[in-house]
Write a protein that binds this ligand. Structure first.
Ligand SMILES: C[S@@+](CC[C@H](N)C(=O)[O-])C[C@H]1O[C@@H](n2cnc3c(N)ncnc32)[C@H](O)[C@@H]1O
Length: 202
């Protein structure tokens, strides 16, 4: 069985007990370097996830018994799950949920997210309709090195978001050096770019 396990935003305090149990009892662990450093125990064979996804898939198919793939946040929200589902039968896969980075960010500012539009700029660009300003719209956004805070602020202005909109950037959520920067959209356009965090805009 290939278990795709959500490890939450990163700090082990945020991982579900069932996810910890699955990780502890696995023979093979596949994950980012930071996740493997945090969770791998002696005796477990590990394989790091890099941009060479073909070799990750090869490792999974050659060791697909008692294997956990560790993904950040929740597996159902922009993770390796899509690719793994395209390569293996559903009966070979089990998903263990985790707390998404965006869930964590909304909790940090006490803001409900049931009406939020959740988007990813991580290796992709959302559709125009998702980005377009609407009254009372709340955006939750994943970033990456290309689409960082400054670039996203510029894109949103093109989609009619007001320059005084709240623009909150969350970096290294759940870690000791977690940082939350509250700006307006205009300030974000002029500030140093922040990448690899999440952003809430309203
Ligand atoms: C491949 S996506 C994975 C999203 C993940 N499945 C989730 O539910 O949060 C990676 C992106 O998640 C966000 N992310 C993950 N962990 C984070 C954290 N601890 N603090 C801030 N952003 C985080 C960043 O936007 C990063 O570029």
């Amino acid at each position: 069985m290939i278990k795709i396990v959500g490890i939450g935003p990163g700090n082990p305090d945020y991982i579900l007990p069932i996810a910890s149990k699955e990780i502890e009892s696995a023979k093979f662990l596949v994950g980012g370097k930071r996740a493997l450093k945090t969770f791998a125990k002696e005796g477990q064979q590990t394989f790091p996830i890099t941009s060479d996804i073909d070799s990750v898939i090869r490792f999974i198919s050659e060791h697909n018994d008692n294997l956990c793939v560790l993904v950040s946040g929740d597996p159902g929200f922009y993770s390796l799950l899509d690719i793994i589902k395209s390569k293996f039968n559903d009966s070979e896969i089990e998903v263990i949920p985790g707390i998404s980075s965006l869930q964590t960010a909304f909790a940090k500012i006490n803001l409900p997210w049931h009406h939020a539009t959740l988007l990813s700029f991580h290796g992709r660009t959302p559709g125009n309709r998702e980005l377009e300003y609407e009254k009372n719209k709340i955006l939750g956004i994943l970033t990456d090195g290309v689409y960082h805070s400054k670039k996203i602020a510029e894109v949103l202005q093109d989609f009619n978001w007001d320059k005084n909109s709240q623009f909150i950037v969350f970096e290294r959520l759940s870690y000791e050096d977690e940082k939350i920067t509250k700006m307006t959209l205009e300030e974000a356009k002029n500030a140093e770019p922040i990448s690899h965090g999440v952003i809430i805009v309203f």
